[in-house]
Design a protein around this ligand. Structure first.
Ligand code: NAP
Length: 245
């Protein structure tokens, strides 16, 4: 494997564990300097320490506009530029539209949707200054279909998909590409919140007959972040073993 991201800087939200941590490891292996941000401080610090010189951890709640300003400034102070943003932080809370806890509905709107909106807004100026960049927003197959019992989450993931296409058009004059990745079931702590029966049915409905690994998503992100995807913007890359075909 080469180092297509050598000399580049990436910021990955929710990077302390799960899919985010796999993305951090992959972009770092591809040569990037990586700013790992998360509300999970101990795990994030440990990952940065493990990766060494080209990695830093910054405590960061993606729902907080001021915190975004601070982490982008800290990233620029540490590494001098921002080329890649991965809006990965997300939460899932089950609940039907009739019965879902409303505080949980709002939490999902704020982390998954508003957090992604803020991330794109704050990445724009430093990427423009760097002469271009790549933003990858982690949506879900829940952003491509309807899923009973997940109304709020589905709404946020469709929103991520729509905002991605809008940003792709708005940011193109600055040579900033914006794409979304749509994972199926991926083996991370988030699956603890998914009904085991639904999980089993999902795997059975998946032509490749397995749950995905965080590294499957990291590979898709690395492609979209790097030079091989230089003519790809506004696209949605589904990584689900063929589940929603
Ligand atoms: P995960 O293991 O729960 O990791 C998500 C990370 O984001 C956690 O470290 C979490 O911290 C952090 N986070 C939560 N709220 C945050 C906030 N306000 N600010 C900053 N960080 C925050 O989940 P994952 O499975 O890796 O999911 C990563 C992304 O993939 C999410 O956007 C998710 O919707 C998407 N996705 C996952 C699957 C799947 O099957 N796993 C499928 C489709 C899409 P806490 O633990 O403290 O909340």
């Amino acid at each position: 494997m080469g180092t297509p991201l050598a000399g580049r800087t990436a910021l990955v939200t929710g990077g302390a564990r799960g899919i985010g941590a796999a993305i951090v490891r992959r972009l770092h292996a591809d040569g990037a300097h990586v700013a790992i941000t998360d509300v999970l401080e101990a795990d994030g610090q440990a990952l940065a320490a493990q990766l060494g010189e080209r990695a830093r951890f910054f405590a960061h709640d993606v729902t907080d506009d001021g915190a975004w300003r601070a982490v982008v400034e800290a990233t620029l102070a540490a590494f001098g530029r921002l080329d890649v943003l991965v809006n990965n932080a997300g939460i899932y809370e089950a609940g039907t539209i009739e019965e879902a806890d409303l505080a949980g509905v709002e939490r999902q709107f704020r982390v998954n949707q508003f957090g992604t909106f803020l991330g794109m807004r704050h990445a724009l100026a430093p990427m423009r200054a760097a002469g271009g960049g790549s933003i990858v927003n982690i949506s879900s197959i829940a952003g491509q279909l309807g899923l009973a019992g997940s109304g709020a989450y589905v709404g946020t993931k469709w929103a991520v998909r729509g905002m991605t296409k809008t940003a792709a058009v708005e940011f193109a004059p600055d040579h900033i590409r914006v794409n979304s990745v749509h994972p199926g079931y991926i083996e991370t702590p988030m699956l603890g919140g998914v009904d085991p029966e639904a999980l089993k049915a999902g795997v059975e409905a998946t032509p490749l007959k397995r749950i995905g690994k965080p590294e499957d998503i990291a590979a898709a992100v690395a492609y979209l972040a790097g030079p091989d995807a230089s003519f790809v913007t506004g696209a949605e890359l589904t990584v689900d073993g063929g589940w929603i075909l």
